[in-house]
Write a protein that binds this ligand. Sequence first.
Ligand code: F6R
Length: 634
Amino acid sequence: MCGIVGYAGPRPSSPSSRPVDVVLAGLARLEYRGYDSAGVAVLDGDAVRIDKRAGKLANLREEVAGHEESSSQVAIGHTRWATHGAPTDANAHPHRGGKHGELALVHNGIIENFAPLKAELVAEGYEFDSETDSEVAAHLVAREMTRLADEAGAEEGAAGADLTEAMRRVVSRLEGAFTLLAVDAAAPDRVVAARRNSPLVVGLGEGENFLGSDVAAFIDATKEALEVGQDQIVTVTPDDVAIIGFDGAPVTDAKRYTIEWDTTAAQKGGYPSFMAKEIHEQASAVADTLRGRMENGRLHLDEMKIDPALLRSIDKIVVVACGTAANAGSVVKYAIEHWCRIPVEVELAHEFRYRDPVVTEKTLVIAISQSGETMDTLMAVRHAKEQGAKVVAICNTRGSTIPRESDAALYLNVGPEIAVASTKAYLGQIGACYLLGLYLAQERGNFFPEEIAEIMHDLEGLPDKVQAVLDNAAQVEQLAHDMADATSVLFLGRHVGYPTAMEGALKLKEIAYIHAEGFAAGELKHGPIALVDEGQPVFIIVPSPRGRDSLHSKVVSNIQEIRARGARTMVIAEEGDTDVEPYADVVIRVPATRTLFAPLLTIIPLQIFACELATAKGLDVDQPRNLAKSVTVE
Ligand code: F6R
């Protein structure tokens, strides 16, 4: 959801490197997290200056560019995905706190008990400028600052009031999820932050320190980062970072790590959009996910810290995930059940938690999440752990909450994914789950080592095949431009082609705003075929003719059935599959591979189609309306 940046440092007040500029640069890299409004706050003498604007960050930049210098050492900023209150200037963050507006605060998350807290503050004479839950936190922290100053015998808002302690007193009253960052005129050298169920990392610089929702906030300035744990408060000054728990106890074991991502990963590199770039990075992304796993004929997953004896004892696997990550889970269900002979359930994380699922100590839960911060998935992980299950996270973002709270984590290593629509992480998630499935098969003795080696050999050949599909992008790009006026597109698949159809439809919905549905091809005549009319575009993902014959021939029959009813058929088929040609208006070829690996190839034309069609419609491909990259609220 929202993106948050904080800065404390000595940056000289040259026009391009004021603390506010550092924060604006960080917000630009976090804008994918939310982009309906943005704002910054700096200290200006003994006052707090706040600028905030509805709309994209560019609006705010214009506003701030013309400002005079201030002597501020600190700044905070926010890019918003609205929850409480429309995306207006007033509802944008930062919010002022205090009867004289001496404090500024930004918030990511939802404060569930904001209504009674607001009533309490209103009764005390606090005035509210916005409809947000967040403004409550701003006033509460400011009120504690005043109380602390009173207790210290100082004047209201005067030095001596401790912003860290004020924050600590407030967090115990908040329910829900939050990352809060505050600056106050009475504490001009520091930014104080608190987190519960919402992301926050510290960037460690030379004489300057940073706070961010993720490392992209400060990646151009430092690669050294510090994890902030659940229910912790961090105080950053230019020279110091201090962390305490919500109970006030100092935290001395915060994990420091070096960020491996390259700064060029956060740039478009000549592509028109991050999504286009990330689609075209997929061959190397898959190679990076698979790299270095085989040693002396055995598959090694060093991150798997779960006792192999326990892996042998599990009798069920449950995959929990949302959106694209759930589609990845649906793909790998076929592989893991086939290889390991263990039942695999795939469940949307937000449904799993509320249905009293049967999870025991013999259940292995696989939590798939690119961001590692999706609240629905995190809550499912916690629920599964409470039932005694072991949890393996399949994740892209190191240091994020889901892998930290899981028993083991397998990272995708595909580099940062900036576009809101997930592409390369989807392939990485499938690749990483294949590794996990094969590892389970190895440890449980389902396969001989040479069988694993043979499957791994084929898997390692996938990046070249991914590249071959990408090299053929022009055909699909043209198709997308020809179909820019489409109002509805259907996607059909069977077996592993079914989740591919779901994912193809999701991509088109989310970035091109076109009604799209993915169906299991076999389900067609149970209802959806009624949608097929003259000219209705339908993509069909055809399984390999070398696989189970009935599967291939049944899908070919499905193509005939819809064609007979006037559908325009766009068929994704293996090279050499001539059976589809008589019934296809368009044939898009992918290289032959194992049936179970085909989803890594067949999704690519559908990603390209959605990306190009959205581009042809003049839409913002990377930042589609109403969405955000990291969904940190339930
Ligand atoms: C769609 C998309 C979303 C995410 C979903 C889960 O393109 O990106 O559907 O897949 O919100 O996000 P993560 O993987 O971060 O848990």
